[in-house]
Design a protein around this ligand. Structure first.
Ligand code: ADP
Ligand code: MG
Length: 347
């Protein structure tokens, strides 16, 4: 199959429960092809199950890669990001609890375990990831973001390549927002569109795309949980009750939207006493999230080295790969990998 007429025929043959085609030829709004890739835009909004049916029918006829774009979604197979590929949000209610730090170190850990990992800086208002990964301004992409905002479906060869650093693919809105300047992206639709572009119009090779999420339950989190194909979420929180209260709000949102929670990382739970080696609790330990049934993936101690290495652009699991923090990340990474393998492509 290569032409639009073939696509129309295949799509028209996929019917809903009452025998009507899910997509009629008149509902096809865009068609693009390059090599063995086909991109199809439609004006209707089928359910994810119906998108899967349509995509499978096209794949059976065509082989290669098929990408369907509806007004609200992009669907490439599996849960949306592609067959066997997963988008995982790293989030927590509060700012400053260590989401970005955990996301960067977890990404490197998963990559060291042999996965192909991407890290998307989803914090539009505080894009810290380039700094944490040591991606200097000179290494950042020069092309303006608006080239990603074109109409229609961008051809694979025209998509922006992510920056590769420390074996991780990464992309940040910070690449195109000068340091110290507030972002111009506001409003739910614009943010939803921007996030979708960052996930689908950047040429990720990653099988696991971690999104470093902003705090709170604002527009970005709303858009992420509603408009992105999240396979799951990793919570980052400190054991403090206040932080967990905020995380609980985010948890409610995830439950409402049907996003599975992989588990939580308790960050800055304790400090190892430099004199006697005993752990010192830094916050009164709250059990709110654990009580809500969220499994604990690991506990990362307060370690000054974590922030020093972040400022040097070398996440600590790389800077000190045999240290206690790296060992804890190995445990967290193994739990995440196990979860990913268990969900596989089940939908
Ligand atoms: P968030 O993304 O949730 O806002 P960050 O990852 O930016 O949080 O972390 C906030 C600050 O705390 C940063 O300066 C970071 O280096 C530091 N930090 C995070 N986790 C730890 C830790 N376990 N030990 C010491 N400092 C940490
Ligand atoms: Mg952050």
């Amino acid at each position: 199959m290569s032409g639009r007429a073939d696509v129309e025929r295949v799509l028209a043959a996929v019917a809903d429960g009452s025998g009507n085609p899910l997509v009629t030829p008149a509902q096809i709004t865009a068609f693009a092809t390059e090599g063995d890739w086909v991109g199809i835009g439609v004006s209707v909004e089928p359910t994810i199950d119906d998108l899967r049916k349509l995509q499978r029918a096209l794949m059976a006829a065509h082989g290669g890669t098929v990408e369907l774009r509806t007004p609200m979604r992009v669907y490439r197979g599996g849960r949306g990001f592609g067959e066997g590929r997963h988008v995982i949000a790293v989030l927590g209610g509060k700012g400053g609890v260590g989401k970005s730090t955990i996301a960067a170190n977890l990404g490197i850990t998963l990559s060291a375990m042999g996965m192909t990992v991407g890290l998307l800086d989803g914090d539009i208002h505080a894009p810290d990831m380039p700094h944490m990964l040591g991606i200097r301004p000179i290494d950042r992409p020069k092309r303006a973001m608006r080239t990603l905002f074109g109409q229609g479906i961008p051809l694979p060869s025209r998509r922006q390549r992510p920056v590769v650093k420390h074996g991780l693919e990464s992309w940040s809105i910070g690449f195109v927002t000068p340091d110290g300047v507030p972002p111009a992206w506001t409003g739910h639709l614009m943010i939803a569109g921007l996030l979708r572009h960052l996930v689908f119009d950047v040429a990720w090779d990653a099988d696991v795309l971690l999104i470093d999420a902003p705090p709170g339950t604002g527009d970005e989190i709303q858009a992420m949980t509603r408009d992105l194909p999240l396979s799951g979420a990793v919570f980052v929180t400190t054991p403090q009750d206040l932080a967990q209260m905020d995380a609980e709000r985010t948890l409610t949102l995830l439950n409402e939207r049907g996003v599975p929670v992989i588990g939580m990382v308790q960050n800055m739970a304790a400090l190892t006493c430099p004199h006697c080696g005993e752990p010192i609790d830094l916050f009164a330990s709250s059990e709110r999230l654990a009580d809500a049934g969220v499994p604990i993936l690991g506990r990362v101690p307060f370690d000054v080295q974590l922030s020093v290495s972040a400022d040097q652009g070398i996440p600590l699991v790389l800077g000190n790969p045999r240290g206690p923090v790296a060992l804890e990340f190995a445990r967290i990474g193994a739990a995440v990998r196990k979860w990913i393998r268990a969900v596989g492509d089940e939908a």
